[in-house]
Design a protein. Structure first.
Length: 110
């Protein structure tokens, strides 16, 4: 049985963001004078997989994208993704005192 993936709930901008990432990765490969076959061989993937990354394929795994970034020396930039220190909404929510539970220490009843 083949597995199908529905992206009906994915926001419209996500595929575009992946396509843009794929184009940037293609440009990085070309600037380094590498062929898709070269990258595929270094990583142990097929050329079709590298092609899928460069097309921004939504079904290609995150690990493949990270591996390609690593080959190009661009993996350090991934550290800023979902960085708790840069998560403004998460930080704001963590400081919202209305959502905090107050626990009463039963040993120190008033």
């Amino acid at each position: 049985m083949t597995r199908t993936t529905s992206f009906a709930l994915v926001p419209e901008n996500i595929p575009g963001m992946l396509h843009a990432l794929g184009r940037r990765l293609r440009e990085a490969r070309i600037r380094r004078g590498l062929r898709q076959e070269d990258v595929a061989e270094k990583l142990g993937f097929s050329r079709a997989t590298i092609n899928a990354v460069e097309r921004g394929n939504m079904t290609t795994g995150m690990g493949v994208y990270l591996s390609v970034l690593w080959i190009y020396g661009l993996e350090r930039e991934i550290d800023v993704l979902a960085d708790p220190g840069l998560d403004r909404e998460g930080l704001a929510l963590s400081f919202d005192v209305n959502d905090k539970r107050v626990r009463v220490d039963k040993n120190h009843a008033v």
